[in-house]
Design a protein around this ligand. Structure first.
Ligand SMILES: Cc1cc2nc3c(=O)[nH]c(=O)nc-3n(C[C@H](O)[C@H](O)[C@H](O)COP(=O)(O)OP(=O)(O)OC[C@H]3O[C@@H](n4cnc5c(N)ncnc54)[C@H](O)[C@@H]3O)c2cc1C
Length: 469
């Protein structure tokens, strides 16, 4: 009699380099891939209509790839523990394989699934595959977890990497008569122009193009706002690409740019290991001394930030890129994050929430880790004044010819380069020539950066001093 197992897919929506799939096929005759549409996730704290639509697109692509190989994706909707248990009973599956994850929600859910399966004598098999390394194994010599990136990176480099697996050429049929369920429709969502197309085939093509040349200039160009990075984060987030395969292929490319890019992939692993070790970070500051920081309550400021109408062109360009595409350049993310927390003095959690709603790559480990980084409350500490970004200087340095800002703020298209970072300094005649009246066509700055910088320093200094007292 043939043996059967389930492959419970979550955010590992690919067939290449999929350790759980690889192992399931090695151990069982029939592997049934299943995705459970979990209302707890779709409508919970991390709900996001752009990501829901992207997910639907990824599932359609995955189903097509599975059908080409003789199989198909089974879809269920409901609580994963109940749905998987029922499907295992129905198909006589003896095991359920999945790719493990680090967020508190994922871990709670997986523990429930594990318990439910065990009650039925079904074997739960969590596997690695979300990150380039098994993040639970990158440890200090004394076994403790890292909170600083550079030593983490060294240990990460030392840890032997697993093999990279190809995609199976063929997969067995699904059991006859099994109801496949229905895939969610890939429509809705609020993005005008999503930054990339969902699914593994599109992801692999984007990776191929990136590694074919642009990656070589990553070291010099990664901070260039109008380009310079891979834009693969949505694919990594949904597992359309395996981080381990990305690493392997970049190492084979072997250029300085490719190796610098590998280091960036390790940041992703680093923040995963931080959340694994410190699940409370999703709700509160990692550094106790900053838990008493008093954040300002300013609904108008938050609204202007969200809409990209602060009057600071780089901040606004970043926020509008996010709203239109579901993605923002990392340098812009840092600048808008600094602006929210250190110019407007608003709670970093409000920024984290807004990003989580819109980012196609949004996920708790990376979003929280990076928000706490920019708010200076997290791991990998640096003095808070080193992470107060001047939006004017940042724009002059990383968008010197204004390509990025003009792309996202068409009202500023005709503003001369030397006025573009501070358009409010244009004389009335310059505003007329540029067809942009400040305060009418484009907002005047809502704060004075130099003044707010001083306030931020005072607030952080006071919080540190209170904690030390
Ligand atoms: C406030 C803030 C919030 C963020 N929220 C998220 C988030 O929710 N999800 C997310 O994936 N990234 C997040 N980032 C990190 C980073 O901005 C994105 O990963 C990056 O911009 C993705 O673009 P890319 O694929 O072109 O990156 P590349 O520069 O090409 O880098 C390759 C990959 O490395 C990883 N990576 C790069 N930088 C970082 C970083 N700082 N932290 C963690 N991983 C990194 C990403 O997976 C990325 O795709 C956030 C950064 C900030 C400052």
């Amino acid at each position: 009699m043939s043996s059967t197992c389930l492959l419970w897919m979550r955010r590992d929506l690919r067939l290449h380099d999929h350790p759980a799939l690889h192992r399931a096929r090695a151990e069982f005759d029939v592997v049934i891939p299943v995705f459970v549409l979990d209302d707890g996730l779709l409508h919970g704290r991390y709900a996001s209509s752009p990501r829901e639509r992207f997910l639907a697109g990824c599932l359609h692509a995955l189903d097509e790839q599975l059908r080409e190989r003789g199989s198909g994706l089974v879809v269920r909707r409901g609580a994963p523990a109940a749905e998987l248990r029922a499907l295992a009973r129905e198909t006589g599956a003896a095991a359920v394989f999945w790719t493990s994850d680090v967020s508190p929600y994922a871990r709670r859910r997986d523990a429930e699934v594990t318990a439910a399966l065990r009650e039925d004598g079904v074997h739960p098999v969590p596997c690695t595959g979300t990150y380039a390394r098994d993040v639970s194994r990158v440890r200090k010599d004394d076994g403790g977890a890292f909170t600083v990136f550079t030593p983490y990176w060294k240990a990460w480099e030392r840890l032997a990497a697993r093999d990279v697996y190809g995609a199976p050429r063929a997969l067995g049929d699904l059991p006859a008569g099994l109801d496949r369920g229905s895939l969610p429709a890939p429509d809705g969502g609020v993005l005008a122009a999503p930054v990339c197309e969902p699914g593994e085939p599109a992801a692999r093509e984007a990776l191929r193009r990136w590694l074919d040349g642009p990656v070589d200039r990553y070291g010099d160009r990664h901070d260039t706002l109008a380009g310079g990075t891979s834009v693969l984060s949505p694919y990594l987030r949904w597992g359309c690409l395996s981080a381990r395969e990305c690493e392997d292929r970049a190492r084979r490319r072997g250029t300085a740019g490719a190796l610098a890019w590998v280091r960036q992939l390790a940041w992703r692993d680093f923040y995963a290991s931080v959340l694994l070790e410190h699940p409370d970070n999703v709700r509160r500051e990692f550094q106790p001394r900053f838990r008493a920081l008093e954040w300002v309550d300013d609904a108008d400021g938050l609204d202007a930030w969200r809409r990209g109408e602060t009057g600071f062109p780089l901040v606004d360009a970043g926020m509008r890129q996010l709203a239109a595409t579901g993605w923002m350049h990392n340098r812009a993310r840092m600048v808008v994050g600094s602006f929210l927390t250190k110019d407007l003095h608003l709670d970093w959690r409000a920024g984290e929430r807004h990003f989580a709603e819109l980012l196609l790559d949004g996920e708790p480990a990376q979003n929280n880790g990076n928000w706490q980084w920019i708010a200076s409350t997290g791991v990998d500490p640096a003095p808070y004044f080193r992470r107060i970004f001047n939006p004017i200087l940042q724009q002059q340095k990383f968008d010197p010819d204004g390509t990025y800002v003009r792309r996202w703020i068409p009202e500023l298209a005709a503003v001369p380069d030397d006025r573009l970072a501070e358009p409010w300094r244009m004389s009335p005649a310059e505003q007329r020539d540029a067809g942009c009246a400040i305060g009418l066509d484009y907002p005047a700055p809502i704060v004075d950066h130099a003044e707010e910088r001083r306030r931020a320093m005072d607030r952080y200094r006071a919080a540190s001093a209170d904690a030390a007292a």
